[in-house]
Write a protein that binds this ligand. Structure first.
Ligand code: PMP
Length: 924
């Protein structure tokens, strides 16, 4: 059926007054959209489906049009002679006209939108409730999408078959009602109304008879293609479905096995399509989603999701609220702090946990996230305990909390079924009762070993002891707080969660001090290159160049503590630390650069360097480069030109600042081989400036630009011209210096030059405020003419021991060499990704100062939106990385130098996944 024929049918057969008719995409049917003269819209559809099935669809649509008020469906139009289907011949012989359901489709948002689960679950439930009364003889049996057919569809695939069998086992003994269902009620087949809610359901091409609960399983499976807190939305969808069409217990137990089955059928279907047609673009684009959905469906054990589903539909009994303590004398026992902020985890102790050393009787805290070694792996760890442990003197008596049946008594454990509702699981007890015995409230159950775990549960099923953060409210209903069993009051909620904290922060911390991420996690611990939020989730830190030695370094903490306890004065006093540190710094510098001025930050160091250059030359004007950032003080800000930090930077420089074009070899005027021209241009500009200059301040590698190396030999020529013009050369080493480059300790070494003044900070103090200007004796003495220099905390004993310790640890741990080796692995991984992902335009930098250009189509199409999305998605993957550069499209990669091969693999794996998903979304 072509356009002309479609029009003819619309006009002659269906009696439409066609104003416009145009093709509309579709997978199987040929679709045309018609706008009638009166503005009404219709879809002309020609299908190859058997006529009887189309008749069933038409009847169902008619039935739903008449019976459902909460959402629209396409309503079938009759021909002028009273038929709903017309034979048009050809490959798609059956033509119909349906009303067009107005509204907009979901745009494939990567992160789940809050509320989408409940809205979709409600539509799905309403559909099933409505279709319960519909039947039609024309429905075709045994289609591939009928989950009852999963065994045939999955076939004998060696990977999928065992997974299917596990799912089949879970439903073998369940009785599931059968009826007509839509069969593909996913986000792709609903349209949003003006208020954003779901207002219509389309595409009834999979209408079938199947299990009623299969409709819900299909709906839930579609939610799993999103990132973010998906399971919460899934459970909301279950509850919303249940509110419209109550699930019986067998159906509730079948929900997750059927979700897995749907995921397996999608997977098997995709494999089959691609085996027959390996170049099928649509199937290729969908592939990553099918894999993701299956992984998500299999991520949690069946038992666990079953508990969550039973709870979501209110099928779990209430746990008794009149319980007696099971152990005496714990009411005032202290709480053992296992949280992320507990000092017990200091120094990385959380990675190799030993049993806590317990000196007095104590209990742990229910539902409070703990720090577990898995936090280092990137997975969301099972950090939230659903019960409590009491550490007690061995032999203490355990009493029954209520009238109960002993469901099981083993060598070390007990399960009680409470007559008033709920189950009690105990581990760490020598029972004196037997399985099957009834016990009264307060009756002795046995004696406690040295620690006892007690967990309440609303189900006889064995609940998980620890769960991932995110579904606390659900789990609190299933496994309520057992504090009362320890004779204690439930502990008050501890502190503000991430959302509350960021809201409070936005109210009091001037918002110009931006924070990373719209929804930042609350991070309260760091260890080496790991950052850990209060829920116990670990993130790989790829941005903290300041923490060069890693987070939580005990050698720094010890040095600071020791020095703070003995002395902290200022540089006007005579003490060892300032001399020792200055000597260590000078040992790191080229000969001649042997005079140290100590300050507290990079901005101060740059600002002071400008003053030193001015004093040394008796001149005011300064040369700087575009695309650079040097700090926030008046002086440092004046020479900062980065548009990413200040979009108006280029128009607002004071008259004493003169700019050279950033020699950006990737995106600038001269690229690649031609980038040698920058130096000659810069020299010409310096020579033609017409004003005397105090000097040049620039980074020896474009830190702010994302680690772009300057063209070879650039600084040699430019420094020569600056010196010929009577100026001094200042190297801003705040970002790139101090060993991070691997090959070099200082950035200027990469250019083969020696500056007159070094400004350094950041890594110097590993996060403790510390900065320095290092220059020659001659320049320093000329600066002295301006009077004395003093910074109250600059060069204090504490800051100096920090500085010395940092240099010592860099040496002791061979961190510069590590930057070279691990940086090499990282570059190799990134270049590998660049081969497969066209959005990676280039990989800049060296050692562990790298940048990944995110572009849409080569150097002239920087993609800041894409870079932002990648960074947000990386957070979901447990990696902290941020964009930089004038366009904010370069991922800056400058982790603590403790990064290891496992960290590299984790980063590359996460970036690969995120780019793959983003590419796939772009192609759909
Ligand atoms: N110079 C450079 C190159 C920098 O990147 C920065 C900070 N990002 C500074 C100077 C200023 O340092 P601070 O933030 O310690 O004041």
């Amino acid at each position: 059926m072509d356009l002309t024929r479609a029009r003819e049918i619309a006009e002659h057969d269906f009696g439409l007054d066609v104003a416009q008719l145009r093709p509309l995409g579709g997978n199987e049917d040929l679709n045309y959209i018609v706008v009638a003269q009166d503005g009404a819209r219709y879809v002309v559809k020609a299908s190859a489906t058997p006529r009887s099935a189309l008749e069933a669809q038409t009847a169902a649509l008619q039935f739903l049009t008449d019976s459902v008020a909460t959402f629209d469906v396409p309503s079938p139009r009759m021909t002028t002679y009273g038929e709903s289907i017309v034979d048009v011949g050809g490959s798609h012989p059956w033509a119909r006209v349906l009303s067009y359901v107005p509204g907009h489709m979901s745009v494939g948002s990567r992160r789940i939108e809050p509320g989408v689960g409940a809205a979709l679950g409600s539509v799905s439930g309403e559909m099933v409730a409505s279709l319960a009364l519909f039947s039609h003889p024309g429905l075709v049996e045994g289609g591939d999408w009928d989950l009852r057919e999963a065994q045939r569809v999955v076939g004998d695939d060696p990977v999928l078959t065992p997974l299917l069998e596990a799912s089949l086992d879970r439903t073998a003994r369940l009785t599931l009602p059968v009826q007509v269902i839509h069969g593909d009620l996913t986000e792709d087949n609903v349209v949003h109304g003006v208020d954003g809610g779901f207002a219509g359901v389309i595409d009834f091409g999979d209408l079938m008879e199947s299990w009623a609960v299969a409709e819900l399983a299909v709906t839930l499976t579609s939610l799993l293609a999103h990132d973010g807190p998906v399971m919460g939305e899934v459970l909301d969808a279950v509850a919303a479905f249940h509110a419209r069409r109550p699930l019986i217990e067998d159906e509730a137990r079948a929900v997750w096995p059927l979700v897995v089955r749907r995921a397996l059928v999608l997977e098997a279907g995709a494999e089959r399509v691609l085996a027959a047609d390996p170049g099928n673009e649509y199937a290729l684009a969908r592939r990553p989603f099918e894999r993701l959905v299956l992984a998500r469906a299999l991520a949690l054990p069946y038992e666990e999701v079953e508990l969550l589903v039973l709870d979501a539909v209110g099928l779990l009994p209430k746990v008794s609220s009149t319980l007696q303590p099971m152990i005496a004398r714990l009411v005032d026992a202290p709480e053992l702090d296992l949280s992320v902020t507990s000092p017990m985890h200091d120094g990385g102790a959380w990675l190799a946990p030993a049993s806590p050393e317990v000196v007095e009787e104590c209990t742990t805290r229910y539902a409070s996230p703990t720090l577990v070694p898995e936090a280092a792996s990137g997975a969301v760890p099972r950090s939230v305990p659903l019960g409590m442990t009491a550490h007690v003197a061995p032999g203490r008596t355990l009493f029954s909390p209520g009238h109960a049946l002993v469901r099981s008594a083993t060598e070390h454990g007990l399960v009680l079924a409470l007559f008033d509702g709920g189950w009690v699981h105990v581990d760490g007890v020598r029972p004196s009762v037997e399985s099957g015995q009834t016990v009264a409230s307060g009756e002795m159950l046995g004696s406690v070993e040295d620690s006892v775990w007690i967990q309440l549960c609303a189900s006889a099923m064995l609940p998980p002891r620890f769960v991932q953060p995110g579904l606390e409210a659900h789990w609190a209903r299933i496994c309520p707080d057992p504090s009362v069993l320890f004779g204690r009051q439930p502990a008050p909620a501890s502190g503000r969660n991430a959302e509350q904290l960021v809201a409070a922060r936005d109210a009091v911390v001037a918002t110009v001090q931006e924070h990373y991420y719209e929804r930042p996690p609350r991070i309260e611990r760091g260890w080496r290159h790991h950052l850990i939020d209060v829920e116990g989730r670990g993130y790989l830190d790829m941005v903290n160049n300041v923490a060069i030695l890693g987070h939580g370094e005990p050698r720094i903490a010890d040095a600071v503590e020791q020095q703070l306890r003995s002395l902290n004065t200022n540089s006007r006093f005579n003490y060892e630390a300032i001399v020792e540190f200055s000597e260590s710094l000078v040992r790191r510098c080229p000969p001649g650069l042997d005079q140290v001025l100590l300050v507290n930050s990079g901005s101060e160091a740059v600002d002071l360097a400008i003053r030193v250059a001015r004093a040394a030359t008796g001149r005011t004007d300064v040369l700087a480069l575009t695309e650079a950032y040097h700090g926030w003080t008046v002086g440092a800000d004046a020479i900062s030109t980065s548009l990413g930090d200040n979009p108006a930077a280029l128009e607002t420089r004071p008259s004493w600042v003169h700019l050279l074009d950033a020699p950006n070899t990737y995106r600038g005027r001269w690229r690649g081989e031609e980038s040698g021209r920058y130096a000659a241009e810069a020299v010409a500009r310096i020579e033609g400036l017409g004003v005397p200059i105090a000097g040049l301040v620039c980074e020896p590698i474009f830190g702010n630009g994302g680690g772009i190396l300057l063209p070879p030999g650039y600084l040699r020529e430019v420094y020569r011209a600056v010196r010929a013009a009577g100026g001094v050369c200042v190297s801003d080493e705040v970002q790139v210096g101090y060993g991070r480059l691997g090959e070099h300790f200082w950035g200027f070494e990469e250019q083969g030059v020696v500056p007159d003044v070094i400004a350094v900070a950041k890594a110097m103090g590993n996060g403790y405020p510390l900065g320095a200007v290092i220059t020659t004796r001659e320049i320093a003495s000329r600066f002295a003419v301006e009077g004395s220099f003093f910074s109250s905390a600059g060069g204090s004993p504490v800051s100096c021991v920090v500085g010395s310790t940092v240099l010592r640890v860099i040496e002791d741990d061979a961190l510069q060499e590590r930057a070279r080796l691990i940086g090499g692995e990282l570059v190799e991984g990134l270049l590998g990704l660049a081969l497969r992902h066209s959005r990676i335009g280039a990989v800049h930098g060296m050692g562990l100062y790298l940048g990944v250009e995110i572009v849409s189509d080569g150097p002239d199409s920087p993609d800041p939106v894409g870079a932002r999305e990648i960074c947000d998605a990386m957070l979901d993957e447990g990696v902290i990385v941020q964009p930089t550069g004038d366009h904010k499209n370069v991922l800056k990669i400058k982790p603590p130098l403790t990064l290891d091969t496992a960290g590299v693999d984790r980063f590359i794996g996460a970036l690969d996944h995120v780019l793959t998903m983003a590419d796939a979304r772009g192609r759909l």
